[in-house]
Design a binder for this molecule. Structure first.
Ligand code: 13P
Length: 250
């Protein structure tokens, strides 16, 4: 069985001390006893400080990396750098990277290769625009993003990829995909990975849902067979709501 996985993506929010206080209050509420893997994706500058409050069972994710090892790339951060401060995951291909910072599928694919080569687990984000859904091409769009994102990735490396389905129209809007719509997409993704790799890799693949996940909708979403967890934005910035999300099965 796939163990549930829930990650809070803080995006460009919280100072280092605000982040530390948030993490401390979440961990102090006893969530480590829950049957869920969880963790945080703070901004780069907070990674090393947040790591001090985590143990090996927690996930510490960076929100991005660059695909080169090092060099003259002003403003960029490498895989080795985030590894050196204790990160074990990296979020790649987030819709905000794709749309605001114009990251192409090709660039995202290079980053995926670099991350898994360095031993990081990748959360590869995919998701359609509202216009794709209205045109009925949401599945095609998402599967194309996956095919290009994991292009030329061998099966052993694919085992270190988690996919996050985040419909762009549901991010930060308060609109959530219905459980049935999300489940249909997650099932299509698993079927696609099964064909692209193998049934075993598809069976073990964790597929997270993201887009206005809140304490009020997490239980319903998590009851779907192919929804293995969540990538939470806004509701992860508050200890009370994130803890309620982690306790989704209560
Ligand atoms: P919200 O939960 O704020 O909609 O953000 C979702 C998201 O983009 C997580 O990566």
């Amino acid at each position: 069985m796939r163990k549930p996985l829930i990650i809070g993506n803080w995006k460009m929010n919280l100072t280092v001390s605000e982040g530390v206080n948030l993490v401390k209050s979440i961990i102090d509420s006893g969530v480590d006893q829950l049957k869920v893997d969880y963790g945080f994706a703070p901004p780069f500058v907070a990674l090393s400080e947040i790591k001090k409050y985590l143990n090996d069972s927690h996930i510490l994710a960076a929100q991005n990396i660059y695909f080169e090892d090092s060099g003259a790339y002003t403003g960029e951060v490498s895989a080795d750098m985030i590894l050196s401060v204790g990160a074990n995951y990296v979020i790649l291909g987030h819709s905000e990277r794709r749309h605001i910072f114009k990251e192409s599928d090709e660039v995202i694919n290079k980053k995926v290769h670099q991350a898994v080569k360095k031993g990081l687990t990748v959360v590869l984000c995919v998701g359609e625009l509202l216009e794709d859904r209205e045109a009925g091409c949401e599945t095609e769009t998402v599967l194309r993003q996956i095919a290009l994102g994991v292009k030329d990735l061998g099966p052993d490396h694919m085992k270190r990829v988690v996919i996050a389905y985040e419909p762009v129209w549901a991010i930060g809007t308060g609109k959530t995909a219905s459980k049935d719509d999300a489940e249909a997409m997650h099932r299509a993704i698993r079927g696609f990975i099964s064909k692209l790799y193998s049934e075993n890799i598809a069976k073990d693949l964790k597929i997270l849902y993201g887009g206005s996940v809140k304490p009020e909708n997490i239980k319903d979403l998590m009851s779907a067979e192919n929804i293995d967890g969540a990538l939470v934005g806004g509701a992860s910035l508050n200890a009370e709501s994130f803890v309620k999300i982690l306790k989704f099965y209560e």
